[in-house]
Design a protein around this ligand. Structure first.
Ligand code: MG
Length: 218
C-alpha cells in the first residue's frame, strides 16, 4: 500500500472517530432546526466511506475516494448522503494519486463547488457551503504560500469552525431549515458544523503523521 493511501485511510478513520464522538451533538443541533438526524446520518454515511477505505485492494487515493463517494451517493440519507457523496466524488476527480498541498486545496475547492451546485446553495444560505467555501479559499491561499499539507488543512479547519459558528446568525434560504426562517437564528447549521468537525479531525491526523515522519508540524 502506498504511503498516500495509508495516509488517506488514517484520515478517513480519524474523521469517522470524530463524527462518532460528536454524533449526539450533531443530532441535537439538527433537532433545533430540522429532524434531529444529522449525526446519525453522517455516521451511517461515514461507515460506508470506511468500508471502502478498508477494502483497499491496491486502489489509489482517487479510486478509494470515488468508490466511497459512489457508495454514499447510492445509499440515500436525506440531503446529507447525496451531498457528501458529491463532495467525495469531486475530491476524487481532483485528487491525483499523490495529493500534496496544492491537490489537497484543489480537492476542497472541487468539493465546495460541486456541493454548492448540487444543493443549489450559495454562501450565506446557512448550509455546509458556508463552511466549505471559505475553508477552500484559505486552503488555496495556504498552499500557494508553500504551506505543507497538514497546515493547509489546519487553516481550512480553523476557518470552517469560525464560519460554522457564524451560520447561527444566518436565515436559511434553502434546505429544511428554510421553513423555520428566523426561528433557526441562534443555532448553527449542523451540516456546516460537521464539515468543521471533519476538517479538524483530518488536520490533526495529518499533523500527527507529519510529526511521526519527522517533518515540521504546523
Ligand atoms: Mg436532518
Amino acid at each position: 500500500m502506498s504511503e498516500d493511501v495509508q495516509t488517506l485511510r488514517d484520515v478517513i478513520r480519524a474523521v469517522g472517530a470524530a463524527l462518532r464522538r460528536d454524533e449526539q451533538y450533531l443530532c441535537d443541533l439538527d433537532a433545533a432546526v430540522g429532524d434531529g438526524d444529522h449525526g446519525l446520518t453522517m455516521v451511517r454515511c461515514w461507515d460506508l466511506v470506511e468500508r471502502e477505505a478498508d477494502r483497499g485492494g491496491g486502489a489509489s487515493v482517487s479510486e478509494i475516494l470515488e468508490r466511497a463517494g459512489r457508495a454514499v451517493l447510492t445509499a440515500g440519507g436525506g440531503a446529507t448522503g447525496p451531498l457528501l457523496g458529491t463532495a467525495l466524488m469531486a475530491a476524487a476527480a481532483t485528487s491525483a494519486d499523490a495529493p500534496g498541498p496544492d491537490r489537497a486545496a484543489a480537492m476542497l475547492v472541487a468539493a465546495a463547488s460541486e456541493v454548492s451546485r448540487r444543493g443549489g446553495a450559495l454562501a450565506g444560505d446557512r448550509t455546509r457551503v458556508d463552511a466549505l467555501a471559505p475553508a477552500a479559499v484559505v486552503a488555496l491561499q495556504a498552499a500557494a504560500s508553500g504551506a505543507p499539507v497538514a497546515e493547509v488543512v489546519a487553516v481550512a479547519a480553523q476557518v470552517a469552525e469560525d464560519a460554522a459558528r457564524a451560520t447561527a446568525e444566518y436565515v436559511a434560504r434553502v434546505g429544511r431549515a428554510a421553513r423555520l426562517g428566523e426561528r433557526a437564528l441562534g443555532h448553527p447549521d449542523p451540516g456546516a458544523v460537521s464539515v468543521a468537525i471533519a476538517l479538524r479531525a483530518a488536520a490533526e491526523c495529518l499533523r500527527d503523521s507529519a510529526k511521526s515522519v519527522g517533518e515540521e508540524a504546523p
